[in-house]
Design a protein around this ligand. Structure first.
Ligand code: 8YV
Length: 333
């Protein structure tokens, strides 16, 4: 008798022509809604399947997989995976994959866009103009911070941090970075001759600080009131990583009282909700978690997640060898 086909859950309607590749191997549970699932609904979907393809909106931990006896793989359509409780999934033998590399350049481009918009007050100026305030040209209107000749700080020098550092050479910026580990000198040289410094030196020396580090228990609120107090009052801060890295009330307070010039935020603690304190400030550029949002990149992310899921469930040309495993220790068992 033929083996029953494996079942997978596709949590969102994502590039149908790309996700159609799953049908060759699996029975696919699809959805047409772009909605947030309550935890019980996530658990209900996972109960019936061998694998799932999810985005950062799906939070999956011990409770959601408690009744998922068949579940063996989760392919996250994101490089970050803080939506997944990795220890719980690993303990349950569920292989997790992510989508590194394919989004690096698009995200680094956006980092620069957000930095420039923040430093040069682009959205604030546009809002002001649209509100009809512009009645005469003025020499000192909307003065902003230069990028050229300034010092860029990068906290988290992984692939995206390095992409941002490489771009800095075009603006004649000096690059300082802090990371868990210092990079090899050749990599530093490729990254606009970036210089490794301690966390406190990074905070106090830079004119612009870019956050591109993974969100973990150790990086929760690393940018808190004490860290912000070490920064120059003229500095700008850009967060491309995860909202939980920044203590948002402390940030809003620093911005409101002139202890920090401006911030550009693409991510928020508790998104899609954005704190009223941030919404009320003029010197913040707010975008809705779109750093990787170009059609080609989003498509490449879905294609990689599809390949990961097929391979993780032991099918296709790379059966058993997904290219981007997160808890790779499970593959060795
Ligand atoms: C995605 C991201 O937009 O990859 C990540 O970690 O934050 C973004 O690129 C998002 O995660 C899509 O699920």
């Amino acid at each position: 008798m033929a083996e029953p086909r494996l079942r997978v859950w596709l949590a969102r309607p994502l590039f149908e022509d790309v996700t159609a590749r799953l049908d060759a191997h699996f029975d696919v549970m699809r959805t047409s809604v772009e909605d947030r699932y309550p935890p019980a609904a996530v658990a209900e979907h996972l109960r019936e399947v061998d694998g799932a393809l999810v985005t950062l909106s799906e939070q999956i931990g011990a409770e959601e997989i408690a009744a998922a006896a068949r579940l063996r793989a989760i392919a996250n359509v994101a490089v970050g995976y803080d939506n997944l409780d990795l220890p719980a999934l690993t303990a349950a033998g569920v292989l997790v994959t992510n989508t590194p590399d394919v989004l690096t350049e698009t995200t680094a481009d956006f980092g620069f866009a957000l930095l420039m918009a923040t430093a040069r007050r682009i959205t604030e100026a546009e809002r002001w103009l649209r509100e009809g305030h512009w009645d005469r040209w003025s020499f000192d209107r909307m003065l902003g911070a230069d990028l050229h000749g300034s010092t860029l700080g990068i906290l988290g020098m992984g692939r995206i941090g390095q992409g941002i550092a490489r771009r800095a050479a075009g603006f004649g910026m000096r690059v300082l970075y802090h990371n868990r580990k210092r990079l090899p000198v050749e990599t530093e040289n490729d990254c606009s001759r970036a210089r490794y410094v301690g966390f406190n030196e990074l905070l106090s020396q830079v004119d612009h600080l870019m956050l591109v580090l993974p969100y973990t228990a150790q990086t929760h609120h690393v940018i808190d009131a004490a860290a912000l107090a070490k920064m120059k009052p003229t500095a700008t801060l850009v967060n491309l990583a995860r909202g939980g890295i920044v203590d948002e009330p402390a940030l809003a307070d620093a911005l409101a009282h002139g202890r920090l010039a401006a911030a550009g935020l693409d991510v928020y603690e508790g998104e899609p909700a954005v704190r009223p304190e941030l919404l009320a400030l003029r010197n913040v550029v707010l975008t809705p978690h779109i750093a990787s949002a170009s059609p080609a990149t989003r498509r490449a992310m879905v294609a990689l997640a599809v390949d990961n899921l097929i391979a993780a469930l032991g099918c296709g040309p790379d059966a058993g060898r997904p290219s981007a495993p997160v808890n790779a220790e499970l593959l060795k068992r």
